[in-house]
Write a protein that binds this ligand. Structure first.
Ligand SMILES: [Zn+2]
Length: 91
């Protein structure tokens, strides 16, 4: 398996965490009911300024995302919040 891909267990864990958090509403853009968990984590870059890009492991915000199966709307969820501050790899 590629490092950029999630295992079946990871995808199931994310889907369960989303459901436990009450993430059950339809797509915010098109109203479609079906979504899938994005097959990989997203690492957003938190910046304190707009002019210069700072790339570092310290300012990364790990996220999981869902993708609407009809319109492709991408919705991100910050993992620290979704998992109550417990990183997935230590669960
Ligand atoms: Zn949609």
């Amino acid at each position: 398996m590629s490092e950029s891909r999630l295992s079946t267990d990871q995808q199931r864990d994310i889907a369960e965490a989303l459901e436990a958090a009450g993430v059950t509403l339809p797509c915010s853009r098109c109203g479609h009911q079906s979504y899938r968990v994005l097959d990989g984590f997203l690492l957003e870059n938190a910046q304190s300024q707009l002019r210069n890009q700072v790339i570092s492991g310290d300012n990364r915000v790990p996220c999981v995302a869902t993708v609407c199966q009809r319109c492709g709307c991408l919705t991100q969820h910050v993992m620290d919040v979704l998992y109550g501050g417990v990183p997935m790899h230590s669960r």
